[in-house]
Design a protein around this ligand. Structure first.
Ligand SMILES: [Zn+2]
Ligand SMILES: [Zn+2]
Length: 404
């Protein structure tokens, strides 16, 4: 081809390209269809039984003597205290960087790491430059691999996490050492860290943002306690006062488990049949929905169904020690926005409301409950710190894509 022929051909090709550009821009946005726009989702897995299971209460974030800044807090003390206040399961989450990732030969190898009554999860606080996360596992796993990969890109971290088959949870997202990784890698988020309830506002905001964008993410609690009561006065440290203000169970995370086993606890945490209460003696917030208005509840928090376009009746129920003559305020959040507030009494600790989730696209509802504080004699200072916050539910979900 001569240069002249080449230029002629080049001009022709250019004209075709330009014509293409003009015609497609002339069509403009009207022809654009977002491949990610909400469509009708397929068949969802059936809802698990609402009765075949048990409520277990636990602590998901506590440090023993294997965390260097902890004081007076050997594992045996944590387990004995948990048993005394009726805690069913505990995950001792020591800082992995204090042992260079070798949790297996420290916390888990401690002769005190055993109990006939309290279910012990295997885990650690993944303590990295980009913040903290907790691992919850029913059995030992290779934590060293997660520690070693901590400074890599999220795609690398995510692949290792997937291989390990662990439940990873974002810690104290609103404060120092917030979880600085993709939330696509976690199954849960610590929406209530320590007895100091008011400092969790940003964690709740992040949770709602993640839920609103389609991420089905369990909210859970954790005291993050580091210090136990000294056995003798001479063992006291400058932080010992914390043991009476923030300790195991402030807050308490409840799970509806199919069995009294560590695996059932982790599964319940992953599927979101979870609520959080100020302490082990505070009422539990149960949240249900009646899909066909026959008066019988069909699903609970953590469950996800296809919406039918018909109205759904929701029920919030406080189970446990309510104060008969007191009033409880139930605040409902729908898709990250306030939906309404309802009053319940200690005598009749239940409210119901009705709403119709959209037929195309996602909807979620979750609740928080405020009211009189429940005494926790073993940790008396915690009452003032959590104020009138009684507890919170996980969401009830409609049209959330399980393959998201
Ligand atoms: Zn932390
Ligand atoms: Zn911690």
């Amino acid at each position: 081809m001569s240069i002249r022929e080449f230029l002629k051909k080049f001009r022709q090709v250019l004209q075709v390209i330009m014509a293409g550009c003009i015609s497609s821009s002339a069509l403009g946005q009207s022809s654009h269809s977002n491949p990610w726009a909400p469509t009708e989702i397929g068949v969802l897995p059936p809802i698990a039984s609402l009765s075949d299971g048990m409520w277990l209460k636990g602590e998901l974030h506590v440090h023993s003597r294997h965390s260097k800044e902890s004081s007076n807090n050997p594992i045996a003390k944590i387990i004995a205290f948990s048993r005394a206040v009726g805690i069913d399961y505990v995950c001792i989450t020591d800082h992995d960087n204090h042992v260079n990732g070798d949790v297996a030969f420290n916390t888990w190898a401690d002769p005190e790491f055993r109990s006939d009554s309290v279910l012990l999860l295997y885990g650690a606080e993944w303590t990295t430059t980009r913040g903290h996360g907790n691992v919850f596992s029913a059995r030992p796993y290779d934590h060293q691999r997660l520690y070693d990969v901590r400074d890599q890109r999220d795609v690398v971290v995510g692949a290792v996490k997937k291989e390990l088959g662990i439940h990873l949870s974002a810690n104290h997202p609103s404060g120092k050492d917030h979880f600085g990784y993709s939330y696509d890698m976690v199954e849960s988020i610590e929406v209530w860290n320590s007895a100091v309830w008011p400092k969790n506002a940003n964690a709740i905001m992040i949770w709602d943002d993640m839920l609103s964008s389609g991420r089905k993410l369990t909210g859970r609690g954790g005291s993050d306690a580091h210090h136990g009561v000294p056995d003798t006065p001479d063992k006291a440290t400058k932080n010992s006062y914390q043991a009476k203000a923030n300790y195991v169970g402030t807050p308490t995370t409840w799970v509806f488990a199919t069995a009294r086993t560590p695996q059932a606890v982790v599964d319940a945490l992953t599927n979101g049949r979870v609520c959080v209460s100020a302490n082990p003696f505070a009422p539990r917030v149960e949240f249900y929905a009646d899909l066909d208005q026959d008066g019988k509840m069909d699903m609970m928090m953590g469950d996800n169904v296809k919406s039918t376009g018909k109205p759904v009746k929701f029920r919030v129920q406080l189970t446990g020690h309510t104060v008969p003559d007191s009033s409880y305020t139930v605040s409902v959040v729908k898709d990250g926005n306030p939906f309404g507030t309802f009053q319940a009494t200690g005598k009749m600790p239940m409210v119901e409301f009705t709403d119709t989730p959209v037929i195309l696209g996602r909807t979620y509802y979750r609740v928080t409950v405020e009211g009189p504080a429940t005494p926790y004699p073993q940790v008396p200072g915690s009452m003032a710190l959590s104020g009138n916050m009684v507890g919170l539910s996980n969401p009830i979900y409609f049209n959330f894509d399980p393959n998201f």
